[in-house]
Design a protein around this ligand. Structure first.
Ligand code: AMP
Length: 425
């Protein structure tokens, strides 16, 4: 199939060819036709599958073929969970609309609102926004979305993880009832289906990758290792393998900073990216990672979500995520576009339950290796450490208990506290 056969306008085909795309990706093949028909679409697609063009191209086609002559209300709203993703989507919208008379802008928090307000006043066709700043400006009567014709909810699963459900519901009430709705999500939980039912009208469901399965091109491996030896092991793996570009995930911001410092002191160029970093620092770290001047990018899940890093050869889970779906998101950063990738996880005793949950979710056992000199500690507790809890607290509360039946409740509680923390970022 070609982009021409999808029925996109010449101006869009010109922009696509300028980007160097020759054939539509599977999600584009499946999503573009129903979006062009004006249908509501529920799409299952991870970052890296080309989903952004999957909704942006038909959206731009519709707007440019049906111009509104007189004034410029916001005609399309794309809601994203993070600032990085919002900025990336905006870049795509700009690239694809280069030869169209369509204006777009992005708004997100953490930066001065004044330039955003000034730009809004000039009229905008496509607005890309994070929920907080959108509602903030709306509450100040600085923007209106009551003429939105197409609404896109991107990375809906992450929206819910970050506690944006209420904000999404508020946004829905500010738009006209008659509109086209497109919803993208990498995973499909019960909550996501419920949200989809509330937003979408008789949607067509399209899928790019099977739900919650890991891409075949990714080779996965677990290194069982003592907690205290993880830093030494990751430095050894990077140095021995002469790895040039590694994305490393930690569970906490503090952990990301600490690991980053240790890497730098052993002569490996590294940068950390997380919610406590300014927008400028995050952009700089990502740019350095992309251009090769920074070998290792240490990130938390929230910060890494939506990052556009093509053809990443190595992803390392320095710590396993306590939410199994995050594992799928994390390793989805490697092996993109058919390239082979390696996803490695350093797993200590207290992460045993997380590993078991992940293997259950992806439906496969991950090969295990032990590196000489970095063996696991046979006496370490297998009680999972909760986010926000230090080792001392855990030991005194659980005092050696290996009860795993209460684990799911613990994790649910932890997820909630994690979500609250994320909202503050
Ligand atoms: P996304 O999943 O939207 O974040 O896109 C992932 C990457 O794939 C981005 O770098 C896009 O520029 C690129 N991309 C999107 N569509 C295509 C295509 N049809 N052919 C080649 N690359 C593409």
């Amino acid at each position: 199939m070609s982009f021409q056969s999808l029925g996109l306008s010449d101006a869009l085909l010109k922009a696509i060819s300028k980007k160097g795309y020759t054939t539509p990706s599977p999600i584009q093949e499946k999503a573009i036709p129903p979006v062009l028909e004006g249908r509501d679409v529920l799409a299952s697609a991870q970052t890296g599958t080309g989903k952004t063009a999957g909704f942006t191209l038909p959206l731009l086609h519709y707007l440019s073929e049906n111009p509104k002559a007189k004034f410029r209300p916001i005609r399309a709203l794309i809601l994203t969970p993070t600032r990085e993703l919002a900025a990336q989507v905006h870049q795509s919208v700009k690239d694809y609309s280069e030869f169209l008379n369509i204006s777009s802008m992005v708004i997100f928090g953490g930066v001065n609102q004044k330039p955003q307000v000034a730009r809004l006043r000039q009229g905008v066709d496509v607005l890309i926004a994070t929920p907080g700043r959108l509602l903030d400006l709306h509450n100040q009567n600085l923007l209106s979305i009551k003429r939105v014709e197409v609404f896109v909810l991107d990375e809906a699963d992450r929206m819910l993880d970050m506690g944006f459900l209420r904000d999404i519901e508020r946004v829905m009430k500010l738009m006209p009832e008659k509109r086209q709705n497109l919803m993208f999500s990498a995973t499909f939980s019960k909550d996501i289906r419920k949200l989809a039912n509330g937003i979408l009208n008789n949607p067509i469901q399209v899928e790019a990758t099977p739900e919650n399965t890991t891409v075949e091109a990714i080779s996965q491996k677990v290194y069982r290792v003592a907690k205290g030896k993880k830093t030494g092991l990751i430095i050894k793996l990077i140095s021995d393998g002469n790895w040039k570009q590694v994305l490393v995930f930690t569970r906490t911001k503090h952990g990301a900073n600490k690991l980053c410092k240790k890497m730098i002191s052993s002569g490996i160029t590294a940068a950390a990216i997380h919610g406590n970093k300014s927008q400028g620092a995050r952009t700089k770290a990502l740019a350095g990672f992309k251009n090769g001047s920074v070998k290792v990018l240490v990130a938390t899940d929230i910060a890494a979500r939506g990052l556009d890093i093509p053809l990443l050869p190595h992803v390392v889970n320095f710590e396993l995520p306590n939410i199994s779906e995050d594992y799928v998101h994390r390793i989805g950063r490697t092996g993109r576009a058919g390239a082979n990738g390696q996803a490695l996880s350093l797993v200590s005793a207290d992460e045993t339950t997380y590993l078991r949950d992940i293997e259950k979710l992806i439906g496969q056992k991950i090969d295990v290796e032990i590196v000489e000199g970095f063996e696991p500690d046979p006496n370490a507790s297998t009680v999972p450490i909760k986010p926000g809890q230090n080792r001392q607290q855990r030991n005194s509360r659980n005092s050696g208990s290996k009860n795993s039946s209460g684990n799911r409740n613990n994790r649910n509680k932890s997820n909630n506290s994690r979500r609250r923390n994320d909202r503050r970022n």
